[in-house]
Design a binder for this molecule. Structure first.
Ligand code: 5GP
Length: 194
């Protein structure tokens, strides 16, 4: 069993609506050993894809994404949920993203300056649920004419439709750990996912 799974079993807390809280090691306080392990496994999986940029969405994707970007020695770019007053409409790409945990919609933006058609983008996020966040990032990359080289997820909730949605878009989805169920407050992992 990998270190991330051990931490989930020990410290993860299951909330209503199938929300797993991992604030003690990933989403609020961050354990460097967890993001180190994430970075190594992501690099192993995607190292042949000629990655030029790692992309995520603020805020909780930033910690794993910066570690992975550091390993690939490429910049990390995060989509912003608020538009800076200095960035004009025609200077940005945007996508509408529905938040699973907050049940709100945000129009997320990325400056056109930092992404172009020669980029091979690796999308990284902390969780995959319905796939909305990743779909928004794929849309932004494709608006720029960039190639999406893959989607790397720290914790996938495999009982939700995100993976299927992304695979139907032709994307390689790699998750460090895949959760089969959070029923009755118990975390179980996908069979054979050790
Ligand atoms: P999706 O867009 O795939 O529906 O949801 C992924 C996003 O929602 C992630 O960026 C993550 O921040 C948040 N999220 C979804 N499910 C969970 C969960 O169970 N726990 C936590 N902490 N965040 C979640």
């Amino acid at each position: 069993m990998n270190y991330l799974k051990e931490r989930i079993l020990k410290d993860g807390k299951v909330y209503p609506n199938n929300v797993l809280k991992v604030d003690s090691f990933l989403n609020h306080q961050i354990d460097p050993a967890v993001v180190n392990a994430v970075e190594k496994l992501m690099y192993e999986h995607f190292k042949d894809r000629k990655i030029t940029k790692v992309m995520t969405i603020e805020a909780s994707g930033i910690a794993p994404a910066i570690m992975v970007a550091n390993r690939f020695n490429v910049p990390m770019l995060f989509a912003k949920k608020t538009v800076p007053s200095t960035l004009k409409n025609q200077e940005r790409y945007h996508a509408l993203v529905h938040s699973y945990t907050k049940n709100t919609d945000s129009d997320v933006i990325v400056s056109k300056q930092y992404i172009n058609k020669d980029d091979h983008i690796l999308i990284i996020d902390d969780f995959l649920a319905n796939g909305e966040a990743a779909k928004g990032l794929v849309s932004i990359a494709r608006q720029a004419g960039a190639t999406v080289a893959g989607v790397g997820i720290v914790i996938e909730k495999s009982f939700q439709p995100g993976r299927q949605l992304l695979e139907e878009m032709g994307l390689d989805v790699y998750s460090i750990c895949r959760i089969q169920s959070l029923e009755d407050g118990q975390v179980t992992f996908v069979d054979g996912d050790e």
